[in-house]
Design a protein around this ligand. Structure first.
Ligand code: SF4
Ligand code: ZN
Length: 419
């Protein structure tokens, strides 16, 4: 493991070796969690004269008090540089996840507006405070992105109304605009896919294959981001895969993907498909936004998102599904993926696509229903497909789910068995 020795003035250790560190509830002093409070991570490009280098601003309360301290959190980073491009914003933003994790006593999961950050009791006792998070971001931006960033200022906001304002006025519109840019692109329209091996610091045999229609499973690395990463750091985590040597269009199997994934995982994997959950599916590190799993009796699949705390019709919670799915090994029948991938025409296309989806938590369903319904209409001519998908407010037990699907004449019931 590469341990970075750098001059960040914080009271805790800082190294990629701390990335796998888990902070349990009982060891935690403070938590910033999107399930309980508004959260936002945003990197924004400015003109050079608009910002002041190394300006750190904290708006709102610090983490002082009795554990557990729960607060909203916006990590708002402004960067400027002659060679900076708007396309680099999400690339820098994704690194916040890794930088926070590099801090001993800090744990980070998620991205954008869906995150969880924990600070341990030990770190708090040693004097770690929110300004240290800002220092870490500042120093790492200036270190890793020196080729494009000349100035950086970091604002940490823990005031609820202000975080909500940032989210509403800047965060959500910018996330949507980034997603929109990709919406018109298809895997057929490009000749290059990309690897992402950013998560190998804690899942050494994992690599994502990122295509226009299939973003990285963390939900934070799109094909455009991977392309920008390659430009920014030519020897970095995103390497091109020429789209040649198609073995099977249905599963999205390519000799070149297999070759590059073999190299990227140091031989741990010798083949992955792009569009199948059963045949050589992509591996998962640990930061998937969602998990898809087979529900054999329904001839379909269920999807659960990280924020969903209840049990799924597989009899397992998200956490239990995650423990079977993570770690960089192929687990046919289970697959981690990004939220956005669910409404993709390529989602488990080899098994029939989104008409196999029989259950998902209501929050997730509501979030993606517009795009999902559009895809279902285009692929199968089905109207309001999301109304046919069961959720936890209807049933989580197999019988209840089956009864609901039957009442809706869910298309999965008429398909061949999924396995
Ligand atoms: Fe990259 Fe995949 Fe990790 Fe996202 S989950 S940072 S795409 S390796
Ligand atoms: Zn990961």
């Amino acid at each position: 493991i590469k341990v970075k020795a750098k001059n960040i003035e914080i009271c805790m250790g800082f190294a990629s070796a701390f990335e796998g560190e888990i902070i349990r509830k009982s060891d935690m002093h403070a938590e910033f969690y999107s399930g309980n409070n508004p959260t936002c991570e945003l990197v924004v490009m400015r003109n050079l004269e608009e910002i002041e280098d190394h300006k750190i601003t904290i708006i709102g309360p610090d983490i002082d008090g009795t554990a557990p301290v729960e607060l909203p959190l916006a990590t708002y980073v402004e960067v400027a540089g002659k060679k900076m491009q708007a396309d680099f914003e999400p690339v820098i933003e994704r690194k916040v996840h890794h930088w926070f994790n590099y801090v001993e006593g800090v744990m980070h999961t998620g991205q954008r507006n869906l995150i969880r950050v924990r600070i341990s009791k030990d770190a708090y006792a040693k004097g770690f405070r929110v300004k240290d998070l800002a220092e870490v971001v500042y120093h790492e931006v200036m270190d890793e992105f020196a080729s494009v960033v000349d100035k950086c200022q970091v604002t940490i906001v823990t005031d609820k109304a202000k975080v909500e304002k940032i989210l509403k006025e800047e965060g959500m519109p910018r996330y949507a605009a980034r997603d929109e840019r990709l919406a018109s692109m298809t895997d057929e329209s490009v000749d290059t896919f990309y690897t992402c091996t950013l998560c190998q610091s804690f899942a050494p045999s994992h690599a994502c294959v990122v295509t226009p229609e299939r973003l990285g499973l963390c939900g934070a690395v799109s094909w455009l981001d991977a392309k920008a990463t390659k430009e920014l750091t030519p020897a970095g985590p995103c390497q091109p895969i020429q789209k040649i040597g198609c073995l099977d269009e249905r599963t999205g199997s390519y000799t070149e993907v297999n070759k590059i994934i073999g190299e990227a995982t140091h031989g741990a994997l010798d083949k992955v498909t792009l569009y199948s959950i059963l045949e050589d599916p992509m591996t998962s590190c640990g930061c998937f936004e969602c998990i898809c799993g087979i529900m054999p009796e329904a001839g379909g699949v269920i999807v659960a998102n990280r924020e969903y705390a209840g049990v799924t019709p597989t009899g397992m919670t998200f956490g239990e599904l995650a423990s079977m799915t993570g770690g960089g090994v192929q687990t046919p029948g289970f697959m981690g993926h990004g939220r956005h991938f669910i409404s993709s025409k390529k989602f488990i296309a080899a098994e029939g696509g989104i008409e196999r989806i029989v259950w998902m938590p209501k929050e997730l369903k509501d979030d993606i229903s517009e795009r999902l319904n559009k895809t279902a209409k285009e692929l199968y001519g089905i109207d309001n497909f999301s109304d046919m998908i069961c959720d936890e407010t209807i049933a989580v037990d197999s019988e209840g789910v089956m009864a609901f699907l039957t009442s809706k004449s869910h298309p999965a019931l008429k398909l061949d068995p999924i396995m």
